[in-house]
Design a protein. Structure first.
Length: 270
């Protein structure tokens, strides 16, 4: 199966006159099953994802989706290839899980309100993939935070995109439900969509990602497998001194933990 890739070339983006800018010389997304974008607050994670989704337009450089220039494509054409889930979704009244999932079929529908057999099969498959088939008739207001995120992911899956872009899919979830969402994403079939997601949780990213892209101050600080990105040196350069890198007791992948005391204080006491 030929994968649709997003290719950044000499991208520059800035917000107003505050001096902050995102600069990406070259980047390709969509090769790995799960790519996690990590980095401190304000490093450009969500901006990068919104550029990849065609929500934002770069001030310079080019972004290609396959062979086409992304900024010149219609939203419907983009949505047939890319499924985008923002960090915050607008209020959707009190729709049911199935109604939300059905909305994901809009890129393939000829007009609103008419579902084909293909649409129904895609909706059913999406609900099953996120284990929400039994809850499909439940309103969003009757769901937990984790269930709501799964419902929104089902809507993206119903698009049948080749690439899913998820902005903080585990935000505001406790560790149990956050891990469950990541297991769900990791459990997509091999012929399913590739996933690029933004997260503040470096440890979950390390456990589940094939590739980590670490941003710092609008630049790519590191890009590679978790073991190559999560190193004491890179953590200190990106997040500061007050972190420790240790091996996960089950998988051995690097984990990041906070120091109780500042490193400088420990040095002064020794």
């Amino acid at each position: 199966m030929t994968r649709t890739l997003i290719h950044f070339n000499r991208i520059c983006f800035t917000y107003g006159e505050n001096g902050w800018n995102l600069s990406i010389p070259e980047l390709e997304l969509g090769n790995e099953r799960i790519t996690c974008i990590v980095g401190p607050n304000g490093s450009g994670k969500s901006t990068l994802l919104r550029l990849a989704a065609g929500i934002l337009t770069p001030l310079g450089g080019s972004i290609r989706l396959g062979d086409a220039l992304l900024p010149g494509m219609s939203r419907r054409s983009i949505a047939r290839c890319i499924g985008f889930l923002p960090q915050e979704t607008p209020p959707l009244f009190d729709y049911t899980v199935k109604m939300i999932t059905t909305m994901g079929r809009y890129p393939h529908s000829s007009w609103v309100g008419t579902l084909t057999d293909t649409d129904r099969q895609a909706i059913c498959a999406a609900l099953n993939a996120v284990d929400m088939h039994e809850l499909q008739n439940r309103p969003l207001s009757h769901l937990s935070g984790g269930e709501r995120r799964r419902a929104m992911i089902a809507a993206v899956l119903a698009q049948q995109p080749q690439l899913m872009l998820l902005d903080e899919p585990t935000a505001s979830l406790d560790i149990h439900h956050a891990a469950a969402v990541m297991r769900l994403i990791a459990g997509f079939e091999n012929n399913g969509p590739r996933v690029v997601l933004v997260t503040h949780d470096i440890n979950l990213a390390a456990l589940f990602a094939d590739r980590l892209i670490m941003l710092h101050a609008g630049r790519i600080a590191a890009d590679g497998p978790p073991a190559e990105v999560i190193t004491p040196e890179l953590m200190e350069q990106t997040y500061g001194e007050d972190l420790l890198v240790r091996a996960h007791p089950e998988s051995g992948v690097p984990m990041v933990v906070a120091r109780r005391a500042e490193k400088r204080q420990e040095g002064n006491q020794s």
